[in-house]
Design a protein around this ligand. Structure first.
Ligand code: ZN
Length: 84
């Protein structure tokens, strides 16, 4: 509570660009008890997309796009069935 909120610039670990970590954002991160962002918005989004597509770590073993898609579809089916 004593810590004054201020805007800050962080360096993206992916592209090395400086990005603004605003006081507003900072407050949200603090309240959610999250680690500080390591990537700029663009790299974070790119990473997010990648994680969404590669639903599991073992998918990385497949370089074949079709295999990935099949796996992704399979997962979607499971989600629809309501499995954990
Ligand atoms: Zn970046």
């Amino acid at each position: 509570m004593d810590t004054p909120m201020h805007n800050e610039h962080l360096t993206c670990i992916d592209c090395g660009a400086a990005f603004l970590f605003s006081a507003d954002y900072r407050a949200r991160f603090a309240s959610d008890d999250l680690a500080l962002p390591k990537r700029c918005g663009r790299c974070r989004q790119a990473r997010h997309d990648r994680v969404e597509t590669a639903s599991a770590r073992y998918v990385d073993a497949f370089s074949d796009v079709d295999a990935r898609r099949a796996l992704f579809r399979e997962r979607q089916k499971k989600v629809k069935k309501g499995q954990p």
